[in-house]
Design a protein around this ligand. Structure first.
Ligand code: CO
Length: 140
């Protein structure tokens, strides 16, 4: 059921500085504008690669879910990995049936690509926070 690697989430104290790094060190040429997602408590920006994206996330507001992560990793760091799935509800139910912990209420939320996403607790997953997102329909 697991689909394509969509993106690797990287938390950063400064999207501008991270974008500079991807442009100057790695020669990235396709980078989106950053925008805020107040409900998720983050600023978001994507660095487009030939086969996937790097999702840069910076805290937005006082109760950002990545504030604690950045307190532990002041320079930023790899935060999550996102795989595509065909149906988010089917994926959620299957994950629960397999004993995985879905974060939050378990109700999918609209993610940065405009499709529903869930996050799975890293404790069951070798320490990796995993995001599952429904494949954008326009991608087909
Ligand atoms: Co993500």
């Amino acid at each position: 059921m697991i689909g394509k690697l969509n993106h690797v989430g990287v938390a950063t104290p400064s999207i501008e500085q991270s974008v500079k790094l991807y442009r100057e060190v790695f020669g990235a040429t396709s980078v989106t504008e950053k925008w805020s997602m107040p409900e998720q408590g983050v600023w978001v920006c994507f660095v487009n690669l030939p086969n996937a994206q790097i999702e840069l996330i910076e805290p937005y507001g006082e109760n950002s879910p990545i504030t604690a992560f950045l307190a532990k990793n002041p320079k930023g760091g790899q935060h999550h990995v996102c795989f595509e799935v065909e149906n988010i509800y089917a994926a959620r139910d299957e994950m629960r049936a397999k004993g995985m912990t879905v974060l939050g209420t378990g109700e999918p939320r609209i993610g940065a690509h405009g499709t529903p996403v869930i996050f799975l607790h890293p404790k069951d997953l070798g320490g990796v926070l995993i995001e599952l997102m429904e494949t954008p329909k326009a991608a087909h």
